[in-house]
Design a protein around this ligand. Structure first.
Ligand code: CP
Length: 342
């Protein structure tokens, strides 16, 4: 039987995710007072195809705090470059195939975590999420997504922060706003914020400059489906003030418009016209004492002003801290440990 992976929250129910968050809360409360040995004798491979500050640090420390060992691998840097397509003649840069990498790591480790961003050339290719799917295909241990075309650990960290502040999330207003960035960015966190907010019963508004910035139909449709199940809704708007009005949460992220994927010079003049989408005090004043957050890293005074980022309503640091707790809770589950008793 193949192991249960954590590739996306699309195939995890709200009830399951609520269980992970409940464990994460307990792990957060007990941190520093109780030494855990949940991962004693267990090892985790952290495979990074892209840079990281929060993800690498929180995973390494999380595994350490539960008595396990994490090994960080950077294919093409400290580890061999990897081919992940099946059936190709490997006469390029790659020295080994994911079929061997995933199976070898499965013999050493109890879990494999992978960060593999899109290549930004053809969305049709990137949306297949092939790197992590190939790891999951060949691994005999659970595979966990540390950000590919979604960022499910970030989703849970955000949701933990929101539940801590709001209590219930059902029926509250969640604004996901596009913001300017000088370069086109991955849609992963935006996809993730959209689907988790809908799954947790928020009324979700997606604010973006033009219809070209609407997210991939896979995530839009999933979010609409989750919202229907929860009795809420997903709305797309390009009207800034209407979007902020009455919001309980403002979540900021920049992303590149999918129709321009791989043709980013053509997208740049559009993006450059919308620098005023920055999250500022005037817009936040339209909300219902709304909380602000962002996944980080974030360019201050480009995506959000200093005043918003450092305000008491800002959850950016809390959300980042929560990465540690939700990932510890997930690691426990994925290696077969059940929920933590209150
Ligand atoms: N939010 C997040 O994943 O941060 P890093 O890219 O620094 O890991």
């Amino acid at each position: 039987m193949s192991p249960r992976h954590f590739l996306s929250t699309l195939d995890w129910s709200r009830r399951e995710l609520e269980g992970v968050l409940a464990d994460a809360s307990r792990l957060k409360e007990e941190r520093g007072t109780l030494a855990r040995e949940d991962l004693a004798g267990k090892s985790v491979a952290l495979v990074f195809f892209n840079p990281s500050l929060r993800t690498r640090t929180s995973f390494e420390i999380g595994v350490f705090e539960m008595g396990g060992h994490a090994v960080v691998l950077e294919p093409g840097k400290g580890a061999w470059p990897i081919e992940y397509r099946d059936g190709v003649v490997m006469d390029g840069e790659a020295e080994e195939h994911v079929a061997e990498v995933a199976r070898v790591l499965s013999r050493y480790c109890n879990l494999i975590a992978v960060r593999a961003f899109p290549k930004f050339q053809r969305w049709e290719d990137d949306r297949e999420d092939l790197v992590i799917r190939q790891f999951a295909k060949y691994a005999t241990v659970p595979v966990l997504n540390m950000e590919t075309i979604t960022h499910p650990c970030q989703e849970l960290a955000l949701m933990l922060a929101l539940k801590e502040k709001l209590g219930t999330t059902d029926g509250k207003k969640f604004l996901l706003t596009w913001t300017y960035h000088p370069r086109p960015l991955n849609t992963a966190v935006a996809n993730s914020a959209l689907i988790i907010a809908a799954k947790f019963g928020f009324d979700v508004t997606l604010l973006c400059p033009t219809p070209e910035y609407v997210l991939d139909a896979r995530y839009m449709d999933a979010a609409r489906g989750f919202a229907k199940e929860q009795g809420s809704r997903v709305t797309v708007t390009h009207d800034v003030d209407a979007a902020y009005s009455g919001a309980h949460v403002v979540y900021a992220k920049s992303w590149g418009a999918l129709p321009y994927f791989g043709r980013w010079e053509a997208e740049k003049p559009i993006r450059d016209k919308y620098k005023h989408f920055i999250v500022d005090e005037r817009k936040m004043a339209l909300t219902d004492r709304g909380y602000f957050s962002h996944c980080l890293p974030m360019r201050r005074n480009v995506k959000a002003t200093d005043a918003v980022t450092s305000s008491p309503q800002s959850l950016v640091i809390e959300e980042a801290e929560n990465r540690l707790h939700v990932q510890k809770a997930l690691l426990r589950r994925l290696v077969g440990l059940s929920g933590i008793s209150p």
